[in-house]
Design a protein around this ligand. Structure first.
Ligand code: NAD
Length: 497
């Protein structure tokens, strides 16, 4: 069994205390690796490495094209080594190998290539004489040393989404992956090193969020925290970051509505409903979780959805036929089961699922059957809160105004979708839904070129797209006097002497 080290200042080191953490395979509950539990001194060392490398200018002052070439090299290395990454990610996260090999890793490679290209095209206002006496220009500059804290649901992808726009724009980073799934992030550090990123620019430390993550948020040597994870922890990081007023960029939870009007293509909607609800084993911030179905097509939609859910193949993530693997942990399964129970107690009717399936050879895995629940209780926890598991909550709606109001009536605002064949309904809904993404007749698709961003308590800032690079830069106004005069006309307004 491999024991991974911390990657600090270009060196692979043990934690100063020697304390290790187990990393498990969620489909078997077996320990598959050990990682270091970073101590306070280790965190300090990693923060210093990022700080010093940034202040030295060794990376931040490289022309964007040079940084871009190194990032492209990392993408090439990831592509070359993708088999190893696919195996590790599947084993550690419990997602189906079909999803990891067909989507997660190739998409992540595309994300890196996009970011590498985009860092050469940062924009600002045109240099010009906005007042007659001088020329103004915009410089875009990196923010500095950035702490990056990532979740377990897309372990490798989320590091790329947050740490790569940061380094592409010249920042240095300390990355702390989730303790459940740190392995591909540590492997990525090997590629970063081999591609020629200077020591100290990209550091990886592992350990509990409550100690390592909080120390990063409090540190006065980090200029920014980029966090992807739950809304609850996002709020905590905002509080901690406020002591130094560091920038805190937050990509948080979601509670996506999936709205089906009676004129929609119902078969297409059901296929997407399944994919949207169960992608990533139901642990995706964009998961369709609230299915609002118009009265007239309700029975047809639910009947078809029930039939198709039954056909989801739950099993060994490493089997290429498996559609859905286990949840990430026993705690997560207990949480999801708690929501199903609560949904029923609050008036919901369990239509199917919600049990623990028996998977041969994986009896200790954290499996759960996708649950289909119908409810008329709009204020039930299963309608309002992020469950983060395969729970399909079905609701009925009357008309446009009714469904838009209810869809918007949550604290989250990340993904949403609307299903209709009427262009006017579609256009109105894209305006009226208060979410960072509105899909029309689709759910979950996010090209590298487009932003993934939250409204309301789903956070702020953006991943992917050129906006994600802007997130990691300051805009500096530079002004040049072009008159050479000792006194400008406007000085009299302040001081005539
Ligand atoms: P989480 O908030 O529990 O943990 C995320 C990270 O924060 C982990 O690395 C964890 O160790 C760390 N952490 C935990 N407590 C901390 C603390 N007190 N201080 C500092 N760091 C701390 O989230 P999770 O369970 O890993 O991931 C699931 C959540 O992530 C869901 O809410 C999901 O919607 C969200 N998510 C959002 C996006 C997005 O793009 N908006 C993408 C993926 C996941």
């Amino acid at each position: 069994m491999e024991t991974y080290k911390l990657y600090i200042n270009g060196e692979w080191v043990n934690s100063s205390t020697g304390k290790l953490l187990d990393v498990k395979n969620p489909s078997t509950d077996e320990v598959i690796a050990k990682v270091q539990s970073a101590s306070e001194a280790d965190v300090e060392m990693a923060v210093d490495a990022a700080r010093d490398s940034f202040d030295s200018g060794v990376w931040s002052r490289l022309p964007p094209g040079d940084r871009s070439n190194i990032l492209l090299k990392i993408a090439d290395l990831l592509e070359k080594n993708q088999k190893e990454f696919i195996k590790l990610e599947t084993e550690n996260s419990g997602k189906s190998v079909k999803q990891v090999s067909g989507y997660d890793i190739p998409y992540t490679i595309d994300n890196i290539r996009f970011i590498a290209g985009a860092c050469r095209t940062l924009e600002g206002k045109a240099m010009a004489e906005y007042v007659a006496d001088g020329t103004s220009a915009i410089r875009r500059e990196p923010i500095g040393a950035v702490g990056v804290i990532t979740p377990w649901n897309y372990p490798l992808m989320m590091v790329i989404w947050r740490a790569f726009p940061a380094i592409a724009t010249g920042n240095s980073v300390v990355v702390k992956p989730a303790s459940y799934t740190p392995l591909t992030t540590l492997k990525l550090a090997e590629l970063v090193e081999n591609a020629g990123v200077p020591a100290g620019v990209f550091n990886v430390i592992t350990g509990p969020g409550s100690s390592v993550g909080e120390q990063m948020a409090r540190s006065n040597k980090l200029d920014m925290i980029a966090f992807t994870g739950s809304t609850e922890v996002g709020k905590r990081l905002s509080d901690l970051g406020s002591s130094t007023l560091k920038k805190v960029s937050l990509e948080l939870g979601g509670k996506a509505p999936f709205i089906v009007f009676e004129d929609a293509n119902i078969d297409a909607a059901v296929e997407s409903a399944i994919v949207g609800g169960m992608v990533n084993n139901g642990q995706d911030c964009a998961n369709s979780t609230r299915y609002y179905i118009q009265e007239k097509v309700f029975d047809r939609f639910v009947q078809r959805l029930k039939e198709r859910i039954r056909q989801i193949k739950i099993g060994d993530p490493e089997n290429p036929d498996t559609d859905m693997g286990p949840l990430i942990s026993e705690a997560q399964r207990t949480r999801v089961e708690g929501y199903i129970k609560k949904g029923i107690e609050e008036g919901g009717r369990l239509i199917s699922g919600g049990d623990r399936p028996k998977i041969n050879g994986h009896e200790h895995g954290y499996y759960i059957d996708p649950a289909l629940i119908y409810t008329e209780n709009e204020s039930s926890a299963i309608v309002k809160e992020e469950i983060f598991g395969p729970v399909f909550t079905i609701l009925k709606f009357r008309d446009y105004d009714d469904v838009i109001r209810r869809s918007n009536d949550v604290t989250y605002g990340l993904g949403s979708s609307v299903w209709t064949s009427d262009i006017t309904t579609a256009m109105r809904a894209t305006r009226d839904l208060r979410f960072g993404t509105v899909w029309v007749n689709e759910h979950v698709v996010v090209p590298s070129e487009m932003p993934w961003a939250g409204y309301k308590q789903s956070g702020h800032g953006a991943s992917l797209s050129p906006y994600s690079l802007e997130e990691f830069t300051y805009i500096k106004h530079v002004y040049f006097d072009i008159t050479g005069k000792v006194r400008k006309d406007w000085y009299d307004q302040i001081f005539k002497g």
